[in-house]
Design a protein around this ligand. Structure first.
Ligand code: ATP
Ligand code: MG
Length: 557
């Protein structure tokens, strides 16, 4: 079969199943998020895998809210998940399901297990159950309630459901083997009593199935062929198989793969929730967050995320992918699609002393050197300009080739200019203005006599510039692999830099919410729709350019 995503071991398993006639010719996957947080880039890997397989094998992929745990789930999360999967570009058609829709069936299955003597009600406390479970090296012990008859169990379990017992006072357990080498098989809990309102079934239930029980049954009910999940569920596969075999129910194949870990961030919903709740970030969609809503607001495109997910592959062992791989994915896409513009983020005033007062002229700037069809645009030039403060040094260090006293440089698409005077604040000594002369013969940025300059700089006209706020982002964490417990200690205090009064070339005054631009020499920027809705023009830096000169500069500075 032709596939558009690269082959991986999961696709090889599916090929073998198709070749051997297992599941007929059918491929049916699902993406099963627990609606207790927003989706992140790790989930995107699972989404691309599941929906990508369905697409490439002419199969189907369901979106299923795995909402068996009533306490942590909220409809805000359901809505965000639906929005994010759609945004990534995948379609579940009419197949949006909820595990909670199966609560009646899951309950029936529990009764069936009890009737066949494969489940029992246990009155031990949670602590006792833990003590009885044994360890990796020591077998567990049978609960004194393990010998209850099916009739007795049916009676107590139906009364559990009817609300006769206190929360936590009893559980339903599978009756498997307390001496099993797989601890998960030592009579795992299937149902617990919990008086908690569920976001969909409200107060209908006071008992809720455990994840392991609900998940395999949900897969079975939906006719899933390949239940793809992350490696931590490998230990649970024997239980997945035991439950469905014991019930004689339709039986999907569970396949595990290594979850995505990304450097300089965390991909645990629990930790991300803490960052939101404790206001280390603005919200789930803070552009520094690895959530899909954060990446979207930062300016990432769905294509760049899908390409990233396809490029990192699917493996059986855990590893950390460098966040630079994700950044390269968006850079690669935007390089060919983004119009170039000039913007000065930290402005320094330049006066061209030999340029006529009151005169402006229009110069032609190329929109995208990678794409000739993008054409060009006029940019106004005048006597007063802004350049980047960093592009000027009164006393240039070695290898600093940009503007300094007596030095000639090129202003992109404009003229060669030479610095003739530096104006400073008499009190602070700070450079407030730089005076230059320009060479009219170099119009457009070319020198007719073959004279060379070592730097080309961006600039904007001071009289025509439009102002905006620009936000620069660094990695959320300074450490490549943030500490597991004390992760907040590794937060990057410089992850957000807000710049006010940035000067943009006038054409950017017409920029629309959601548009992306390359600001020459500075990176790719996105006009933040969330801020735009509040009437503010804020450009988020999506990613910087691969900028080697900036690094050289830093080292020699
Ligand atoms: P929780 O700790 O709440 O269970 P989770 O990260 O497992 O968090 P789920 O909502 O259960 O979140 O995940 C939905 C699906 O996405 C699961 O199939 C899970 O295996 C997969 N998934 C979650 N995190 C990653 C990741 N980092 N890489 C790849 N797949 C992931
Ligand atoms: Mg999970």
């Amino acid at each position: 079969m032709e596939t558009t995503a690269p082959k991986n071991f999961i696709r090889e398993i599916i090929d073998a199943h198709l070749g051997g006639g297992r599941f007929g010719a059918k491929v049916h996957t699902r993406f099963p998020p627990e609606p207790n947080g927003y989706l992140h880039i790790g989930h995107a890997k699972s989404i691309c895998l599941n929906f990508g397989i369905a697409r490439d094998y002419n199969g189907l992929c369901n979106l299923r809210m795995d909402d068996t745990n009533p306490e942590k789930e909220e409809s805000e999360y359901v809505d965000s998940i639906v929005e994010d999967v759609k945004w990534l570009g995948f379609d579940w058609q009419e197949r949006l399901f909820y595990a909670s829709d199966y609560f009646d069936r899951i309950y029936e299955y529990a009764l069936a297990l009890i009737r066949s003597g494969k489940a029992y009600v246990d009155d031990l406390t949670a602590d006792e159950i833990r003590q009885y479970r044994g360890t990796l090296t020591a077998p567990g012990k049978d609960s004194p309630f393990r010998g209850r008859t099916p009739d007795e169990n049916l009676d107590i379990f139906t009364r559990m459901r009817a609300g006769e017992f206190a929360d936590g006072s009893r559980v339903l357990r599978a009756k498997i083997d307390m001496a099993s080498a797989h601890i998960v098989m030592r009579d795992p809990v299937l149902y617990r009593i919990k008086r908690e309102r569920h976001h969909r079934t409200l107060d209908k239930w006071c008992i809720y199935p455990m994840y392991d029980f609900a998940h395999c049954i949900s897969d079975s009910v939906e006719g899933i062929t390949h239940s793809i999940c992350t490696l931590e569920f490998e230990n649970n596969r024997p239980l997945y198989d035991w439950i469905l075999s014991s019930l004689g129910a339709y039986h999907p194949q569970q396949i595990e793969f290594a979850r995505l870990n990304l450097s300089n961030t965390v991909l645990s919903k629990r930790k991300l929730l803490q960052l939101v709740k404790e206001k280390y970030v603005e919200g789930w969609d803070d552009p520094r967050m690895p959530t899909l809503s954060g990446l979207r607001r930062r300016g990432y495109t769905p294509l760049s995320i899908r390409n990233f997910c396809d490029s990192i592959g699917v493996a059986k062992t855990d590893s950390i992918v460098d966040i630079a791989v994700l950044e390269n994915s968006i850079r690669g896409e935007l390089n060919s699609t983004c119009p170039r513009r000039m913007a000065v983020l930290k402005p320094l005033k330049v006066v061209i002393t030999n340029y006529p007062e009151g005169k402006t002229e229009e110069l032609e700037a190329v929109n995208n050197p990678e794409d000739p069809s993008a054409g060009s645009r006029p940019v106004p030039f005048g006597r007063e300009l802004y350049i980047e403060r960093d592009d000027f040094r009164e006393t240039p260090p070695p290898k600093f080739y940009r503007l300094s006293p007596g030095r000639e440089v090129r202003l992109r698409y404009a003229y060669f200019v030479t610095c003739v005077k530096v104006i400073k604040d008499p009190e602070t000594g700070e450079v407030t203005e730089v005076h230059c002369t320009y060479d009219p013969a170099t119009r457009g940025g070319d020198s007719p006599d073959g004279r060379k300059v070592k730097a080309t700089m961006h600039w904007v006209s001071a009289t025509e510039a439009v102002e905006a706020e620009v936000r620069l982002y660094g990695h959320l964490f300074t450490k490549r692999n943030p500490d597991d417990d004390d992760f907040k200690a590794d937060l990057n205090p410089g992850s957000l830099e807000v710049l006010f009064g940035c000067k943009l070339e006038p054409s950017l005054g017409r920029a629309l919410s959601g548009e992306r631009y390359q600001f020459e020499r500075l990176g790719y920027f996105y006009l933040d729709p969330a801020a735009f809705r509040d009437g503010k023009k804020v450009f988020n830096r999506i990613v910087s350019l691969k900028d080697t000169w900036a690094k050289i500069e830093k080292r020699s500075a």
